[in-house]
Design a protein around this ligand. Structure first.
Ligand SMILES: NC(=O)c1ccc[n+]([C@@H]2O[C@H](COP(=O)([O-])OP(=O)(O)OC[C@H]3O[C@@H](n4cnc5c(N)ncnc54)[C@H](OP(=O)(O)O)[C@@H]3O)[C@@H](O)[C@H]2O)c1
Length: 284
C-alpha cells in the first residue's frame, strides 16, 4: 500500500524536525503532532495532541496511513507509546515505524533499553506493518555539553570506550525511506554512524572544526551524578548513569550499515557533525 499521509510524533523534537522535510521531499503529506498549537510546523498540517490524552491522539490519527512513533524518555514512556500504538491500530493505520534504541533488551540493566524493548514487543503483536529503528547515541546529544565545550572541556563517565554515535539527520533520512518504501515489515534496523569513536576523538574533531583547544576528561559516575543532581529528575539522572555505564562497558561500539543500505549514501561522520554544528561549540 502506498503511503500518502504520515503522522509524525515528536515533530518538534530532534529526529521529528528533520524527518518532516525528508518526508516532504519524498512527496508524502505530513501531519506534525505537537502538544502546543504555537509550535505549528511551516508547510505541513499540525495536529495538536498529547500522548497523555488518548482522545486527542485518536483525533490526530484520523485519515493517516502511516505513523512515526517517537517520544522523549519518561517514566511512563513505554505505557504511552503502547497506548499510541493501540490507538493507531484501532484507527486503521497501515504502517508504524517505531524509534527505539541500540541494544534494546527486556532484561537490560539500562531502564531506557528495557522500556524500549517493552514497546517493541507490544508493537510486534499488533498485526500492523511495523519496523523498528534502533539508533545509537545521538551526535546531537553532544550539544548538551556545548556550555563546557565552549570553555575548552567536557566530561562524562565513559573512559576510553568507543561508541558508534549517529547523526539524527541520518535517523530521519532512514525513517523517511522506511515510511515510504516497501520491504521493511517486521525488520529491526540498528542505526549507527560509520565508525566507533572515543570521547577523546570527539573532542579532537570538535577542536579541529572550531579551531579551539578542547579536552575530554573521564568523570567518575558519582562525580557526574553530583554535578547533575537537582538539574535532572532522579529517574532521568539514574537512567543516564546506566546509559553511560553501558557505553563504558564497550557495549555500543558495533558499526552497522543500515543507514547506507537504506538511504544509498554513507552515514554522516563526526567530522560532518562537528563542521555543521561548530557554531554551537564556540562561546557566544
Ligand atoms: N538522545 C539519544 O542519544 C538517544 C539515542 C537513542 C535513542 N533515543 C531515544 O529517542 C527518543 C527521543 O528522545 P529525545 O529526548 O531526543 O526527544 P525528542 O525526539 O526531541 O522529542 C521531544 C518532543 O516530544 C514531544 N513531546 C513531549 N512530551 C509529549 C507528550 N506527552 N505527548 C506528545 N508529544 C510529546 C515534544 O513536542 P511538543 O513540545 O511540540 O509537544 C518534544 O518536541 C527517546 O525514546 C530516546 O530513548 C535517544
Amino acid at each position: 500500500m502506498k503511503t500518502r499521509t504520515v503522522l509524525v510524533t515528536g515533530a518538534t523534537g530532534t529526529v521529528g524536525s528533520a524527518l518532516i522535510p525528508a518526508l516532504q521531499a519524498r512527496g508524502v503529506t505530513v501531519r506534525a503532532m505537537t502538544r502546543n498549537p504555537d509550535h505549528s510546523v511551516p508547510g505541513v498540517e499540525t495536529a495538536v495532541a498529547d500522548l497523555q490524552d488518548p482522545a486527542s491522539v485518536a483525533e490526530a490519527l484520523k485519515g493517516v496511513d502511516a505513523v512515526f512513533l517517537n517520544s522523549p524518555s519518561a517514566p511512563d514512556a513505554a505505557a504511552l507509546q503502547i497506548q499510541f500504538a493501540d490507538l493507531a491500530r484501532d484507527a486503521g493505520v497501515h504502517r508504524l515505524v517505531l524509534l527505539s534504541q541500540y541494544a534494546a533488551r527486556i532484561d537490560s540493566p539500562v531502564r531506557f533499553l528495557r522500556w524500549h524493548a517493552e514497546v517493541e514487543a507490544h508493537v510486534s503483536e499488533l498485526g500492523l506493518d511495523y519496523t523498528v529503528l534502533r539508533p545509537n547515541l545521538y551526535l546531537q546529544a553532544l550539544l548538551g555539553f556545548a556550555g563546557t565545550i565552549a570553555q575548552g572541556w567536557f566530561a562524562a563517565p565513559i573512559g576510553d570506550a568507543a561508541v558508534s554515535l549517529i547523526d539524527t539527520r541520518d535517523i530521519a533520512d532512514t525513517a523517511a525511506t522506511v515510511l515510504t518504501t516497501t520491504g521493511h515489515t517486521g525488520h529491526t534496523y540498528t542505526l549507527t554512524g560509520p565508525r566507533a569513536l572515543t570521547h577523546a576523538q570527539i573532542a579532537y574533531a570538535i577542536a579541529y572544526a572550531t579551531g579551539r583547544d578542547i579536552t575530554f576528561h573521564d568523570a567518575p559516575a558519582d562525580q557526574f551524578t553530583a554535578v547533575l543532581t537537582g538539574i535532572l529528575p532522579p529517574w532521568q539522572l539514574d537512567g543516564l548513569v546506566e546509559d553511560y555505564a553501558h557505553y563504558a562497558r564497550g557495549e555500543a561500539a558495533e558499526v552497522h550499515t543500515c543507514v547506507t543500505d537504506l538511504t544509498g549514501r554513507p552515514a554522516r561522520d563526526i567530522t560532518d557533525f562537528a563542521r555543521d554544528y561548530a557554531a554551537a561549540f564556540i562561546p557566544a
